[in-house]
Design a protein. Structure first.
Length: 157
């Protein structure tokens, strides 16, 4: 049986504030439905355990996948690390002008080939992808209320 890759804390996928609000609303709806059904003389929910388990799962998602804001020195250290990662990521990714270059009309365009190869390397290199995941994770925790802050396209010059 193949070994599973150990998951780092940067591999956790965070939910957006809108998704968190929707999940809270679903939890509230399920709890209200359960409470109303339990106080009813003729309960309609056949498997109460399943509803309770569903509520627990949703609460678990909120607990584990909602970014918790850094505070104090941890926030400062995270911001410094994010700035360092941003510099490294910018260096590896093609610039905006190059990235949005039109497809060349002539047969061979070495500049176009270079940009394509650079972007492919950027998207497939495990070290670069690890930096991107860490950057997104840090930025999500620096400002959890802004889902666009983790978008690496903001870094493209």
């Amino acid at each position: 049986m193949p070994r599973r890759k150990k998951q780092s804390e940067h591999d956790i996928a965070f939910i957006t504030p809108a998704q968190a609000a929707k999940t809270r609303q679903e939890i509230e709806s399920l709890e209200t439905m359960l409470k109303a059904d339990q106080s009813s003389k003729k309960p309609k929910i056949q498997d109460v355990g399943e509803v309770i388990q569903n509520i627990k799962k949703k609460k678990n998602v909120l607990e584990n996948h909602t970014p918790k804001k850094f505070s104090g020195q941890a926030g400062n250290a995270a911001w410094a690390r994010a700035k360092d990662l941003a510099k490294k990521i910018k260096k590896e990714m093609p610039g905006k002008k190059e990235y949005y270059m039109r497809y060349p009309k002539e047969e061979s365009s070495q500049d176009f080939e270079r940009v394509v190869n650079q972007q492919v390397r950027f998207q497939t290199d495990p070290k670069i992808q690890s930096m991107v995941r860490e950057f997104k994770h840090l930025m999500s925790r620096i400002d959890p209320s802004d889902p666009t802050i983790r978008n690496i396209e903001r870094l493209r010059d």
